[in-house]
Design a binder for this molecule. Structure first.
Ligand code: MN
Ligand code: MN
Length: 384
C-alpha cells in the first residue's frame, strides 16, 4: 500500500481548518466506523451523554445451545426507559420457561421459533414466529421460546432500563430452591418424583426441534387466550416515502403491546429520516443493517453526532430533536422503540408548514425556494 493510500484510507481528525492528524496510538478500524465522531460536524457543540452502545461490546453469556447479551442502563446509562437483549438459539434449543417483572417485546431477526404463554386466567397461547414477526409478553406473564429447525436470533426489548436477562424467574431455579417435601406436597406425589430435577437453572439449553404447531397444542378448559401475543410486523403494508418505508406497530394494531410502541424504518442510500422529535417519550433504537448517522439536538446550543451500524443500540432522550441519515451505499434498516402505548412524533417541517409563513420567516429568513417547498410538507413523509 502506498503512502498516499495509507493517508487517504486512514481518516484524520481535522476538517474546516481545525483539528490535526492523529499519529497514534489509535484504533483505525473504529475510527473508520465513526467518521462523525472522529470529525464531528462543526455544528456539534457542548456536552451530551453517550447515545450509542454496540452489542459487540456487551458481555456475551455462552450456554450450550445458544448465547445472550444485553444492553441495559449499566451499559448505556442514559437508557432508563428500555433495555435490550440479543439472543441466539440453535435448532431446537430452549430459552427456559420463565417470567419477569418487565414486559417483553421482541423482533425476530434470523430463523424461527415457537413461543408459548399462559395468562392469569389459565388461557394459553402458542405460535411460530419468523423473520420480521413480533411477540409481546405482559409483565409477570410466564412464557417460553424454542428455536425451530432453522435456529433463530432475535432482539428482546424490556420496558425498564434496569432489566437484566440474568435475573428472570426460572422454573428450574424455583424447583432447585424448594425443599423436596414441599414439591411433594404441592404436586401431591412422592418426593422421589423430584430426584432428577436440575440442581441449578438451565436458562438456555439444547432441545429437540418440536413437531408441527398443530400437533403440540394443549387444550385449556378455560379456552385459548383471547389476546394475540404475536404480530407480523414486516408483513404490514409499509408507508412508502420517496426515501424509504416505515411500519408502525403499537397498541392500535397490536393491542397486547400496551407498554412498547415501535416503528421499523428503512432508508435508501442518501435518504434521511426527517428532523423530528417525540412528544411523549425517549426513543430506543436498534440498527439491523446499513450505516447511519444521527445528530441529537439537546437545546441550550448542544448537539452531538453519532454513527450507527448493524448491532448498535441508539438512544434519544425525551423531546430532543434528531434526524437519521443513511451515509452508506446499502439500505439502512432500524427499529425505533418507545415505552408507550402509542407511537407519536412531531415533524419539524410539518410544524413549520402549518404555521403562518410570515411568522416562520420572521425567525429563519429562508430562501424563497425553501419557503415554497414547505407547502407540500403539511403531511410529513413518515407520519403513520
Ligand atoms: Mn422473557
Ligand atoms: Mn425519532
Amino acid at each position: 500500500m502506498s503512502l498516499h493510500d495509507l493517508l487517504t484510507q486512514t481518516p484524520q481528525p481535522h476538517q474546516d481548518g481545525k483539528g490535526a492528524d492523529d499519529p497514534g496510538p489509535r484504533n483505525v478500524e473504529r475510527d473508520r466506523q465513526n467518521p462523525d465522531v472522529l470529525r464531528p460536524p462543526s455544528t456539534d457543540h457542548g456536552t451530551i451523554p453517550n447515545l450509542r452502545f454496540s452489542f459487540s461490546d456487551a458481555h456475551n453469556r455462552l450456554e450450550k445451545g445458544g448465547w445472550a447479551r444485553e444492553v441495559t442502563v449499566r451499559e448505556l446509562p442514559v437508557a432508563k426507559t428500555l433495555a435490550g437483549v440479543n439472543m441466539r438459539l440453535e435448532p431446537g434449543a430452549i430459552r427456559e420457561m420463565h417470567w419477569h417483572k418487565e414486559a417483553e417485546w421482541a423482533y425476530m431477526l434470523v430463523g424461527s421459533a415457537r413461543i408459548t404463554t399462559v395468562d392469569q386466567n389459565g388461557q394459553n397461547f402458542a405460535d411460530d414466529v419468523a423473520v420480521g414477526d413480533l411477540w409481546f409478553f405482559p409483565s409477570g406473564i410466564p412464557h417460553s421460546i424454542q428455536a425451530l429447525g432453522d435456529g433463530c436470533e432475535f432482539l428482546l426489548v424490556f420496558d425498564d432500563g434496569e432489566f437484566s436477562e440474568n435475573s428472570t424467574f426460572l422454573i428450574t431455579d424455583w424447583f432447585a430452591h424448594t425443599p423436596k417435601e414441599v414439591l411433594a406436597a404441592n404436586f401431591g406425589v412422592a418426593a422421589s418424583e423430584f430426584e432428577k430435577i436440575p440442581a441449578k437453572e438451565l436458562y438456555i439449553f439444547p432441545g429437540k426441534v418440536p413437531g408441527a404447531l398443530a400437533t403440540q397444542q394443549v387444550e385449556s378448559p378455560q379456552g385459548p387466550s383471547p389476546m394475540q401475543f404475536s404480530h407480523r410486523m414486516l408483513a404490514q403494508a409499509p408507508i412508502r416515502t420517496p426515501g424509504g418505508t416505515v411500519r408502525v406497530t403499537d397498541s392500535q394494531n397490536f393491542p397486547v403491546a400496551t407498554t412498547v410502541a415501535a416503528a421499523l424504518v428503512e432508508l435508501e442510500p442518501g435518504a434521511i429520516r426527517e428532523m423530528h422529535w417525540h412528544p411523549t417519550n425517549d426513543e430506543w433504537q436498534y440498527y439491523i443493517q446499513g450505516q447511519a448517522r444521527m445528530t441529537v439536538f439537546a437545546a441550550g446550543g448542544k448537539a452531538r453526532t453519532f454513527n450507527y451500524q448493524a448491532g448498535d443500540v441508539g438512544y434519544v432522550p425525551f423531546a430532543m430533536g434528531h434526524y437519521i441519515q443513511n451515509i452508506g451505499d446499502t439500505p439502512v434498516r432500524f427499529l425505533e422503540l418507545f415505552r408507550s402505548a402509542r407511537y407519536a412524533d412531531v415533524s419539524l417541517k410539518q410544524w413549520m408548514a402549518l404555521t403562518p409563513p410570515e411568522l416562520v420567516q420572521a425567525h429563519l429568513h429562508l430562501g424563497d425556494a425553501a419557503l415554497a417547498a414547505l407547502v407540500k410538507e403539511k403531511k410529513p413523509v413518515f407520519r403513520a
